[in-house]
Design a protein around this ligand. Sequence first.
Ligand code: AMP
Length: 300
Amino acid sequence: MSVLVVGSTALDSIKTPRAEAPRLLGGSASHAALAASFFAPTRLVGVVGRDFPRRYLALYRRHGIDLEGLQIAEGATFHWAGEYEVNMNHRRTLRTELGVFEQFRPDLPPRYRDTPYVLLANIAPALQHHVLDQMRRPRFVVADTMDLWLNTALPELLRLLRRVDALVLNDGEARQLSGEDNLLRAARRIHRLGPPVVIIKKGEHGSLLSGPDGLFLCPAYPLARVVDPTGAGDSFAGGLVGYLARAGGRVRDHLRAAMLHGSVVASFCCEGFGVRATVRVTPAEITRRVAELRRLTDAA
Ligand code: AMP
């Protein structure tokens, strides 16, 4: 079954303590759609400007990503610039140039409206609503967000939480949204805001699922060298939803395995700038890392 991903489609300029790279393919939807495409047919909804390199369109296509929902508008592609500290958990946004995102309305091609699995990747909550307004009874809707929207669009975000099946967010955002320092209490509070499934990401320390079958702790795949963690969260969410779409059946039966697969795709993402490492991965390598992750946490 297929996946619809809506989010930002960007050019990212990234600086780490070791290197820097300008105008890479980035954006929450790019990372998420590439990750989902390993598992299921994926449809992308976003907007780019006329300056968007053709080779990036070719790259989406090579991954079989359906681009009918990708608008090409007059103006500049969304550009984001960020810089990491030596401790790569700390990142500073240097620039956010919205460009064509300023006028973006994610109107869906009619055939997208019946897509069963939906990932509302990080983008303004009003746009996430607009996509949901056009969907016909999706089976499972996952939303991602960021601190910016907690600070600037909280009422729309709270309204969105009542419309989604799952929320994926990082630990800092979970604390801010819930007003709870303890993550278990934070998850409980977020459930009360709407989503029956809450997934809290803790970077290199893995992630926590709170859902209808209780808790699940998902490890991060251990990496000796992180090149660029940009998009790891989006890759995690994309891999998770893609896996659920491939599995079909009852979502709750596959959530744990979906987390492991998301976690592994995110690990590949961290091994190169932008999407460079992700696009080189093979399905066999994903399967191998998932098996290794299972072994690494099996105490029996
Ligand atoms: P992550 O590392 O998971 O936080 O995601 C990084 C991606 O988010 C980058 O590729 C950026 O292009 C994208 N991004 C940064 N700021 C925003 C924003 N305000 N809205 C949507 N996407 C953004």
